[in-house]
Ligand binder design. Structure first.
Ligand code: HSE
Length: 304
């Protein structure tokens, strides 16, 4: 029986243009969860830089709640455990921090118990916790994942993105909760807009399957959510234009925002100029932001 496990979980972007609530991709920026058995029945939690939390806070923690799901699913008592979290994925910025917390808890618990559940079962638990699968699926599997719910089950297709695809993200210093960014969306869409997104989404899957970055650039477009959300994100459209003019092959919102993501062909060697252009555009809008280059992750959550 394992006494201790260490799991790392990648950051993710969701939607990727046309694939609202459908597409996601994992990047090499990781949160880690260390889970070990301790004597007694307590559940302890430590976040990097923070003190051990009280019992109430521990119970509410998303990683702890997720781990508990696995223990409950296999009928193991949830007691005598210590969680240590090292979180680097920025919170409420559209880079999958809550999905990383969920997948970290599920994977760590499952490993500690000897892997009683397979990845498809873990994904179902993750979707129950998160409500949609677009971030949790790539956090679990890595790579690009297209997923949907059919007959109460999650169907997920993982593809390995072209090796020369990476992203520059510009993360502003303000939060935007996914629920706020969802509330702003009109409840109905025009048929022409729905058709446009279906066409682009189908091409995007083709771009990922064939490694065609020109097709990727052509397919990266959206008429279902981005335009409405830009109203909540000061400077977003300026950052978008800046990324495109600096040589990004495609750019848009990362998930529900507020982070802006620019996809790049690494062979173009334009990452630095795109970072600078996005940073300057945010500054011009009076927003301070951090930019970084993110390489793709194709492993998903795993031991570390
Ligand atoms: N797809 C979600 C949204 C965000 O755009 O609201 C990530 O789960």
């Amino acid at each position: 029986m394992l006494q201790e496990v260490n799991i790392r979980v990648p950051a993710t972007t969701a939607n990727m243009g046309a694939g609202f609530d459908t597409f996601g991709m994992a990047f090499a920026m990781y949160n880690t969860v260390a889970l070990k058995r301790i004597t007694g029945n307590a559940i302890r939690l430590e976040n990097l830089g923070a003190h051990t939390k009280t019992m109430e806070q521990v119970k509410d923690n998303l990683t702890v709640r997720s781990a508990r799901k696995v223990f409950d699913a296999v009928g193991e008592p949830f007691a005598g455990l210590e969680f240590k979290m090292y979180n680097v994925i920025p919170v409420s910025r559209g880079l999958g921090s809550s999905s990383a917390a969920i997948i970290g808890g599920l994977m760590a618990a499952n490993r500690l118990l000897g892997d009683p559940l397979d990845k498809a079962q873990l994904l179902e638990l993750a979707v129950e916790l998160e409500g949609h699968s677009d971030n949790v699926a790539p956090a679990l599997y890595g790579g690009f994942v297209s997923s949907c719910q059919r007959g109460g089950k999650t169907v997920a297709l993982k593809l390995t993105p072209p090796a020369n695809l990476a992203a520059v993200v510009a993360i502003p210093d303000f939060y935007l909760s996914t629920s706020k960014a969802r509330k702003i969306l009109a409840p109905e869409v025009k048929r022409a807009d729905a058709v446009h997104n279906i066409q682009c989404a189908a091409l995007m899957v083709g771009a990922m399957a064939t490694g065609d970055l020109q097709l990727f650039a052509a397919a990266f477009d959206d008429r279902l959510h981005q335009e409405q959300r830009y109203r909540l994100i000061k400077g977003a459209k300026r950052v978008l234009r800046a990324a495109r003019s600096a040589g990004a092959i495609a750019a848009g919102l990362s998930g529900a925002g507020p982070t802006m993501i620019a996809f790049i062909n690494t062979e173009d060697n334009r990452a630095e100029q795109i970072k600078k252009a996005m940073q300057r555009a945010w500054e011009f809008a009076g927003v301070s932001a951090k930019t970084m280059l993110l390489e793709q992750d194709n492993q998903g959550a795993q031991d570390c």
